[in-house]
Write a protein that binds this ligand. Structure first.
Ligand code: PMP
Length: 390
């Protein structure tokens, strides 16, 4: 038996999505830019999907720009917005717990002459909106705060940030990749100007994503060519991918409430049992404002990597942190930002649940992990030293 609890790094495509996509590889292969019947048909499909996806975030269809995924959407949001609005100011605010793509884009912008403030977070990984307000200067043109952490699952006060940004006339971007499918998204209610979502995070195919660009926002393209997507993202549209993302949205809209309820139950069972059964274990991230699918637990005096390998031998797949930076030896920047020491951050495991998990997967982790921790701790010099000190 194998149990996959790493849905944040990759999700299987829902079979209903695959079925919806299949005709768009061979039967309906037209290019929306063509003037013949096949082209018209592709245009109609493209615009229908745009409408469906707009409805998912309470946007208008012409505010939806299709991209190749979240990294590209983040790139257009930050570089595209900053470069176009340089005349208004040169200061950008992000938080310390953003996804690595936002951090690296921010570094790129710094090299290009922009100034970036990185807002610290509390012990749960949450930003403070008053502190955010105090960082705003007359030069601030853009605030980018992720909806929720893809690592520790902490949900940010997005509506408050949106209200502040709108009041100050500053553009607000949010990367909602970790939150989509778990929290209802509403760009109007939250006063978001630029929003990143991706298809795979709602059980659609990889290689397709969306940047929501509120009407009237001035943004430069990053990919330049034939002028598709209102000139903001050139290149022939990935119709099969777009159909897949749209189908994934349709399914999510119908099933999200039930799914979130089920995942919350699994998450709470997992957290409660791991903390109760494993001595010297702690929850990372916010105890209440956390994603329904996220259980992030820290074990004293032990290495997360060795836990992952031992779990792997038992057929359980989990993560030590973001897959986008898991091959580096550096501890997670998110955990360090919450005030953990390097060795504490290294002793953490991230379980993210999803659509195809069952209670049996949760039970399996609860059964196999406590003896693994006990066995590895017996071998750990760190643990022996700690035991002797207590
Ligand atoms: N933002 C967040 C919050 C993510 O978790 C990820 C990775 N899934 C990305 C952006 C980048 O996504 P991708 O690698 O699909 O472009």
């Amino acid at each position: 038996m194998s149990s996959y609890l790493d849905y944040q790094s990759s999700k299987p495509v829902d079979p209903r999505v695959i079925e919806a996509m299949l005709p768009y590889f061979h039967e309906h292969f037209g290019n929306p830019s063509s003037l013949h019947g096949e082209g018209d048909e592709a245009t109609k499909v493209l615009e229908d999907c745009r409408q469906t996806i707009a409805g998912f975030i309470n946007a208008e269809p012409d505010e939806i720009i299709f991209t190749s995924g979240a990294t590209e959407s983040n790139t257009v949001a930050l570089i595209g917005y900053a470069s176009r609005n340089r005349d208004k100011g040169d200061h950008i605010i992000i938080s310390e717990v953003e996804h690595i793509s936002i951090h690296n884009i921010a570094k790129y912008l710094e090299k290009d002459g922009f100034k970036v403030s990185r807002l610290p977070v509390d012990q749960y990984g949450k930003i403070n909106v008053q502190k955010l307000a105090s960082r705003i200067t007359p030069q601030t043109i853009l605030i980018s705060i992720g909806y929720a952490s893809n690592e520790i699952g902490t949900i940010q006060p997005i509506a408050e940030v949106g209200a502040l940004a709108r009041e100050k006339g500053i553009a607000f971007h949010s990367d909602a990749v970790a939150a989509e499918g778990l929290i209802p998204l509403d760009v109007k209610k939250d006063q978001i100007d630029l929003l990143t979502i991706s298809s795979n995070d709602i059980y659609g195919p990889k290689g397709i994503g969306v940047l929501y660009v509120r009407k009237g926002m001035r943004v430069n393209p990053v990919i330049i060519g034939g002028g598709q997507e209102r000139g903001l993202r050139s290149g022939t549209e990935n119709i099969a991918g777009i159909v897949g993302m749209s189908k994934a949205v349709e399914i999510m809209r119908k099933e999200m409430t039930e799914e979130v309820k089920r995942l919350t139950g699994y998450r709470d069972t997992l957290i409660k049992n791991l903390l109760a059964r494993i001595p010297k274990s702690h929850l990372n991230g916010h105890p209440i404002d956390r994603l329904a699918n996220n259980a992030h637990v820290r074990f004293e005096a032990i290495e997360g990597e060795s836990l992952i390998l031992a779990l792997r031998d038992e057929g359980v797949s989990a993560a030590t942190g973001s897959a986008c930076s898991s091959k580096t030896l550096e501890p997670s920047h998110t955990l360090i930002s919450t005030g953990l020491l390097h060795e504490e951050a290294h002793g953490s495991l991230e379980f993210t649940l999803g659509r195809f998990n069952t209670e049996a997967d949760v039970d399996r982790v609860i059964e196999v992990l406590p003896p693994i921790v006990e066995r590895l701790r017996k071998l750990s010099p760190l643990y022996k030293a700690e035991e002797m000190a207590t």
